[in-house]
Write a protein that binds this ligand. Structure first.
Ligand SMILES: C[S@@+](CC[C@H](N)C(=O)[O-])C[C@H]1O[C@@H](n2cnc3c(N)ncnc32)[C@H](O)[C@@H]1O
Length: 305
């Protein structure tokens, strides 16, 4: 049935084996789900029993234990498009759509608030939603609430970039210009600003990201210029891009052209098995190295001579 209000938040419920939960969750986040949560599936209905399989049958690809991965989208069309994209993946033979359903706004607020806890980047540097107190050990705090743009600190790719910034804060005096390419919520740009970077360009192809980055910068009382990618001009001592392997390979000449002599480049959104492709794509300009890893994702970095 078509949705009378196309802007109503919608939840996509996917059933999969427990071995596929991480892949499905990561894919949902990459497809801009506003929130992702996981629950064990019940096998109460006949339809679900069919998905669970019958005793004596070979185990499905994702294992016998079934999970429901729930993802929230701004509207029904985006939830449906996401389901179509996920089901088209090679690894998704054992992933099934259980439902796409409207979610009341107050349920979404409750879900969001219970789901987003303070995130530790380093023992001193935390991302803290506005409805939480900062933990007492936090010395550096970024205030950030989940919104329509990617980047809350809950994804390993974002966390690794922020950790790199925190661990290299002795370099902050050199960060007189910074480029955050694919800024999403502006989280990396704001992280750099909180560690002393100046003149930050946060660019993204998605206008919602530009709006979110401006609002989040204001909430943290830091200054940045959020704009479309054309706004990136000239050379920067620090360039950060957390996108995905394929766009990062295509962007190699552009990102490298923005590196000042001695500049650092950090790249995320790359899976462990994609390290060699990235090294090869950037080899004409730089020697990329893996400098961090978390949950199968890697951070690659290099310094221009
Ligand atoms: C994975 S999110 C990262 C957001 C944030 N920087 C973080 O670290 O959490 C990737 C962002 O890159 C943007 N993006 C994708 N392709 C891009 C491109 N070719 N140029 C600029 N931005 C791009 C997307 O719109 C999205 O906001």
């Amino acid at each position: 049935m078509s949705d009378p209000n196309p802007a109503t938040l919608h939840e996509l419920l996917l059933i999969c084996g427990e071995d596929d939960v991480e892949t499905v969750s990561d894919a949902l986040m990459e497809l801009d789900a506003l929130a992702v949560s996981v629950e064990d599936a019940d096998a109460d209905t006949d339809a679900e029993k069919a998905l669970f399989g019958e005793p004596g049958m070979p185990a499905p690809r994702g294992g016998w234990q079934r999970s429901v991965v729930k993802a929230l989208f701004p509207n029904e069309a985006e939830a449906t498009e996401c389901a179509t994209l996920i089901l088209a993946q090679d690894w998704a033979q054992d992933v099934h759509v259980q439902a796409i359903q409207a979610v009341a706004e107050q349920d979404w607020v409750r879900l969001t608030q219970s789901q987003f806890q303070p995130v530790e980047i380093t023992p001193e540097f935390w991302i803290v939603p506005s409805w939480h107190q900062a933990p007492p050990q936090a010395r550096q705090i970024m205030r950030l609430d989940p919104g329509l743009a990617f980047g809350t600190g809950t994804h390993p790719t974002t966390r690794m970039c922020l950790r790199w910034i925190a661990r290299h804060q002795d370099l902050a005096p050199t960060w007189q210009r910074v480029l955050d390419y694919g800024c999403g919520s502006g989280i990396l740009a704001i992280g750099a600003a909180l560690h002393g970077a100046q003149n930050i360009d946060a660019v993204d192809i998605d206008p919602a990201a530009i709006i979110a980055s401006k609002a989040n910068a204001e909430a943290n009382q830091v200054t940045l210029r959020a704009a479309l990618p054309d706004a990136a001009q000239g050379e920067y001592p620090l360039v950060m891009a957390n996108i995905l392997a394929t766009p990062l390979k295509l962007l190699a000449p552009l990102l490298c052209a923005h590196l000042a002599p001695g500049a650092h480049l950090i790249l995320a959104g790359i899976l462990e098995r994609q390290a060699d492709e990235l090294k090869e794509a950037y080899a004409p300009w730089l020697k990329l190295e893996v400098s961090d890893s978390e949950e199968g994702w890697i951070l690659m970095s290099a310094q221009r001579i």
